[in-house]
Design a protein around this ligand. Structure first.
Ligand SMILES: CC(C)(COP(=O)(O)OP(=O)(O)OC[C@H]1O[C@@H](n2cnc3c(N)ncnc32)[C@H](O)[C@@H]1OP(=O)(O)O)[C@@H](O)C(=O)NCCC(=O)NCCS
Length: 205
């Protein structure tokens, strides 16, 4: 069955946001954003390997190259977010990770926002566009999310988006060196109204 991979140059726009993949020329801007958000993101991220600084030039450059490779091979689609009014300054990230094709045709949703841009509805607005992309051009059938029970802001985002709660996974992911329980949510193409009103019945292959 043919693999559907939208172009790496894909740009999504919403009322307030522009979303696109990171380029090698973005490394300095990405480092600024990651450093500024270190304390904000620390409780929700896997611990780095001993001695590794995820904000070093080497690590950020490698992660951009990895994201571009993974996009081109259809393994993940990662978008950086910026305000349309200030497109050169990133304010967050939304990614479709661990894409499985075959019988699954699904991905895991990951997201975070710059600490200074929270609570304005921007993350929800960005994820809506990424879901349109996932169920539209990327032709996925399922998008899953896993959230720690003590992350009320993320739970609120997923609730606003209308994800369906699927279950409770004990010791699901290792975050900050500890195996943490997560609540599992999902949304499938059948539950996602497409902007052009078509697609629910569209063939996957
Ligand atoms: C989770 C996160 C991405 C949300 O981004 P955001 O741009 O603030 O999201 P939105 O503004 O679209 O929605 C946030 C909602 O949480 C609500 N909220 C904020 N603090 C809250 C709290 N302590 N308890 C309950 N709800 C809260 C906001 O009021 C808003 O809901 P509303 O629109 O009904 O008012 C951001 O807080 C973040 O980066 N957190 C750290 C990383 C993270 O947790 N990533 C997700 C891992 S699963």
């Amino acid at each position: 069955m043919p693999l559907v991979i939208p172009p790496l140059s894909t740009r999504l726009t919403t009322d307030r946001l522009v979303l696109r993949s990171a380029r090698t020329g973005d490394v300095a801007e990405l480092r600024r954003l990651l450093r500024h958000n270190h304390a904000h993101l620390h409780p929700w991220n896997p611990a780095p390997r001993p001695g590794e600084d995820p904000t070093s030039i080497t690590e950020v450059s490698n992660s951009v190259l990895r994201q571009r490779r993974e996009w081109k091979s259809g393994r993940s689609f990662a978008f950086m977010l910026a305000l349309r009014a200030e497109p050169s300054r990133f304010i967050g990230k939304i990614a479709l990770n661990g894409i499985m094709r075959g019988a699954m045709h699904g991905a895991y949703l990951g997201y975070w926002m710059n600490v200074d841009h929270q609570n304005g509805g921007l993350c929800t607005e960005g994820i809506r566009a990424v879901l349109d992309f996932a169920f539209g051009p990327a032709k996925l059938h399922r998008v899953q999310a896993a959230i720690m029970p003590h992350n009320p802001r993320s739970l609120r985002v997923i609730e606003k988006l209308g994800f369906r709660r699927e279950g409770y996974a004990e010791r699901y992911l290792q975050i900050g060196g500890k195996w943490e329980d997560h609540i599992l949510f999902a949304r499938t193409r059948e539950e996602h109204p497409t902007p052009d009103g078509v697609g629910h019945e569209a063939a996957l292959y």
